[in-house]
Ligand binder design. Structure first.
Ligand SMILES: Nc1nc2c(ncn2[C@@H]2O[C@H](COP(=O)(O)OP(=O)(O)O)[C@@H](O)[C@H]2O)c(=O)[nH]1
Ligand SMILES: [Mg+2]
Length: 194
């Protein structure tokens, strides 16, 4: 259970550009600035793989990465960024939905939530959406290096309650300290086996 070689496959800006391949896929979603690119880089041991931005709302495409010529990691555009036009927002939503809705190779989704804040209405919508489509998912609470032990426990109980999920559906992670990396990688391989 290791990730060795990761290479960029493709960026899809519209649904016609979503690649047709037979690789199983694991996707990552979350609001913009949640730490998704940093997490992907941390997991893949590659600090240049995904673009970490100071300005939120940059990734407008679905990015596909091929891992060890075996399966793909999929970076979905961040949702809920306020500073974009309604039209632009709609385009992203349609792109995310058309991907999640019809993707046979999709084996699991990681939903990233900032551990310092309670889940947003968009996080809840995403979880409900995945539940309704019967897509296996796992919640990752990001940036836990900013929390004390006590605050971590609080964050877990809020997320459990707000999203109506069990504790085993939650992983605490930090791209700074690499906390949670082993658990996330294990879960990726569990998803691929299911
Ligand atoms: N303290 C801390 N900051 C983080 C962590 N992950 C990301 N960040 C910071 O959060 C900001 C957004 O990160 P990025 O990975 O680009 O988020 P994305 O928009 O979800 O892809 C950047 O300033 C990162 O340096 C983390 O685990 N701990
Ligand atoms: Mg990003």
């Amino acid at each position: 259970m290791k990730i060795k070689n990761v290479k960029f496959l493709k960026a899809a800006y519209k649904k016609e550009e979503i690649p047709r391949h037979s690789y199983k896929e694991i996707a990552f979603v979350g609001r913009s600035n949640v730490g998704k690119s940093s997490l992907l880089n941390m997991i893949c041991n590659n600090f240049k793989l995904a673009h970490v931005s100071q300005k939120p709302g940059k990734t407008r495409s679905i990015n596909f990465y091929l891992v060890d010529n075996k399966f793909a990691l999929v970076d979905l555009p961040g949702y809920g960024f306020a500073k974009v036009s309604k039209k632009e927002k709609k385009t992203w939503e349609t792109l995310i939905e058309s991907y999640l809705n019809n993707r046979k190779n999709l084996k699991g989704v990681f939903v990233l939530i900032d551990s310092r804040h309670p889940p947003t209405s968009l996080d809840k919508l995403m979880i409900d959406y995945l539940k309704s489509l019967d897509i296996p998912f796992q919640v990752i609470l990001t940036k836990v290096d900013k929390l004390s032990k006590n605050e971590k426990n609080k964050a877990i109980s809020i997320v459990k309650k707000e999203l109506d999920i069990d504790e085993d559906k939650i992983i605490l992670s930090s791209s700074k300290t690499r906390e949670g990396r082993d658990q996330i990688i294990k879960k990726i391989f569990d998803f691929l086996r299911e």
